[in-house]
Write a protein that binds this ligand. Structure first.
Ligand code: FEO
Length: 385
């Protein structure tokens, strides 16, 4: 049990047993499932934790209650990493009410197959819940990351309980940079829903905020402008930094050689350049880096008359997350029937505001004088963009 302030505790847990979050994302430093507890004249617990941690969570709550009983469990987000133990909670504390919105209760009953009617406290956007000196105002945030998501703003201390927003991978105390793991989390989990995040940020701009308590990651109570500014950039699909990401696949090393040469030329001219071998890199890192920088070069081979599988998958990860407002260039390699260049470009045909480089590179099997010249031209063009 972590004490945040005199009136606020975190009864959440760290999960170090997990291999892949949502069955997909590497979490080398685990992940925190936070569950905040407001102790006032009334006691409210905000959200629960993942299925395997019910006993630890209930023990933490019992410690925080100091012999009292909870009045409410508030569900800001019904996804099972935050709601799996709600039924266990109601069994242990049958007098506690469940606070949620109409969508919350539909999903709650779907997950647990139970009727919670006698415990329901139904709230609408903008409604408040008084706990004594502290009051929660509910600010709905649909599709950040599920349709029922709502945030809660504590009006006395000006603390925002932000649900998945402003979360990150890693345990609560993981010794790692917030930006990198929050960026990877954001583009992995919420990246598709930039418009909805923008709507939430617009609503929140009317409130003074002293601290943000997310469901994953630690409480943010300093330099909030930094985090909010990053969220604004991410959700409006603006690049954080000028620079080039080169993402490639290579079968026999010839495409890799072209990538190395391009990278050297760019770096020699002072361009921030990062390179990822898509077959050997964590895809969530590659995706988050592509969104971080302003320019992207895709270097891929033709395979089975199509784009190489890891390249095709990478481009899909980008486009399904509404990748836009970027420069994209291509290096293709094909020995007898090259198609990858056109096919990679076609994958972006529904993407908004993509500026395609004019000097793309066509390698036939291995670099030669002609393709080397194209590579130099691409480097020159990227430097000037
Ligand atoms: Fe952490 Fe969308 O659940």
């Amino acid at each position: 049990m972590r004490k945040i302030y005199d009136w606020l505790y975190n009864a959440g847990v760290d999960d170090f047993d997990i291999d892949l979050f949502e069955g997909m994302y590497n979490v080398p430093n685990g992940i925190a499932y936070n569950s905040y507890m407001i102790c006032d004249e009334k006691i409210a617990v905000l959200d629960s934790v993942d299925a395997g941690f019910g006993a630890e969570w209930l023990k933490n709550i019992e410690e925080g209650l100091k012999g009292r009983l909870p009045d409410y469990v508030v569900i800001l987000h019904i996804e099972p990493d935050h709601s799996a133990n709600i039924a266990n909670f109601t069994e242990k504390y049958p007098t506690a009410k469940i606070v949620g919105n109409d969508k919350t209760f539909v999903l709650l009953e779907e997950y647990f197959g139970k009727d919670f009617t006698d415990k329901k406290v139904l709230v609408k956007d903008g409604d408040t819940l008084s706990l004594g000196k502290h009051t929660l105002k509910f600010i709905f945030a649909p599709m950040v990351h599920w349709p029922e998501v709502m945030t809660a703003y504590e009006t006395t201390e000006k603390v925002l309980f932000s649900a998945d927003a402003f979360g990150k991978f890693g345990s609560y105390d993981a010794n790692e940079e917030w930006d990198a793991e929050a960026r990877r989390y954001y583009f992995g989990i919420v990246g598709k829903y930039g418009m909805q995040v923008q709507s939430l940020l617009k609503k929140l701009s009317e409130y003074e905020i002293n601290a943000i308590c997310p469901l994953h990651g630690y409480v943010l109570d300093k330099n909030l402008g930094h985090y909010i500014s990053l969220y604004d950039k991410w959700s409006s699909y603006q690049a954080e930094e000028k620079g080039t990401v080169i993402a490639y696949n290579s079968v026999y090393g010839h495409t890799k050689e072209a990538v190395s040469r391009l990278s050297e030329m760019l770096k020699a001219k002072g361009e921030k350049t990062v390179v990822y071998d898509l077959a050997r890199s964590d895809s969530s890192v590659c995706v988050s880096e592509a969104f971080r920088y302003s320019k992207l070069v895709l270097a891929g081979t033709t395979y089975n008359g199509d784009i190489f599988p890891c390249m095709r998958e990478f481009i899909h990860y980008l486009t399904e997350r509404n990748y836009q407002n970027r420069v994209v260039g291509f290096i293709e390699n094909g020995s007898w029937a090259p198609v990858a260049g056109n096919k990679m470009k076609a994958e972006f045909e529904k993407s908004k505001n993509i500026v395609f480089a004019q000097n793309n590179v066509k390698i036939r099997s291995a670099l030669n004088g002609e393709s080397s010249a194209q590579l130099s031209a691409l480097a020159e063009e990227l430097i000037n963009m």
